[in-house]
Design a binder for this molecule. Structure first.
Ligand SMILES: C[C@@H](N)C(=O)N[C@H](C)C(=O)O
Ligand code: ZN
Length: 217
């Protein structure tokens, strides 16, 4: 396996953002996409994505085998919420590992939550999602969505060893469709995919990101 580049890596922060100004759109207006309610918030922020990301997601769904669909869980995340998630997770790691240096805490935290200044979700560029059957049953992906590396003993890594054959096959189906539609994966989380953000620019050698962090309105 290639060495994983974390979102905390200075190479990611060094990528320039040339925001194209594309709007954030509400994915719930698309009847063909099933939207899960677990991340619902008062303003509906969670259900927004940049238009270009949604278009690619719908393309990816068409590439799935018959009977499988995407289950959209979380898209846009306000910058203040991203900061809260990152700091809370880093605080927990610090408490559990009092000997760790600040750099080690930041790196370990960014396996699970992006540092707020990178934040693909706050750019409306990232989506957390999984696969469902025709009847709406979530398919076996080896861990729950949003299982941390600590909780899952690393099984949340997309290419983790020790994941059962059915889950491995399902991860591959999901990944093949999303990759063909132009999204990239964060290798520490099988459910996290993005298009147009800095991590996408890094993975695709695009030179700059199309979308940077912003407020919903
Ligand atoms: C917290 C998790 N669902 C997530 O979204 N992680 C990525 C790396 C992020 O914060 O962008
Ligand atoms: Zn994510």
């Amino acid at each position: 396996m290639n060495k994983i580049v974390l979102m905390s890596d200075p190479k990611i922060a060094a990528i320039p953002v040339a925001d194209c100004g594309e709007p954030l759109v509400d994915v719930r207006l698309q009847e063909s996409l099933v939207v899960d309610s677990r991340k619902t918030d008062q303003s509906g922020a969670f259900a927004h994505l940049r238009e270009g990301v949604l278009i690619r997601l719908l393309e990816a769904q068409k590439l799935l085998p018959d009977g499988m669909r995407l289950l959209f869980i979380e898209g846009y995340r306000p910058p203040a919420l991203q900061r809260f998630y990152f700091e809370r997770y880093a605080d927990n790691l610090r408490a559990d590992n009092p000997g760790w240096s600040p750099i080690r805490v930041r790196e370990a935290a960014s396996r699970y939550v992006s540092p707020p200044e990178i934040a693909p979700h706050s750019a409306g560029a990232a989506v957390d999602l999984t696969l469902i059957s025709a009847t709406g049953r979530e398919l076996d992906m080896g861990t729950r969505v949003n299982a941390s590396p600590e909780e899952s003993d690393g099984a949340c890594y997309t290419d983790a060893d020790g994941v059962g054959s059915e889950a491995r096959a399902n991860r591959r189906v999901l990944g093949d469709a999303l990759t063909a539609a132009g999204l990239v994966n964060y290798p520490t989380e099988w459910w996290h995919w993005s298009y147009g953000d800095r991590y996408w620019a890094f993975q695709t050698d695009a030179g700059s990101a199309r979308y940077g962090p912003r407020e919903l309105r």
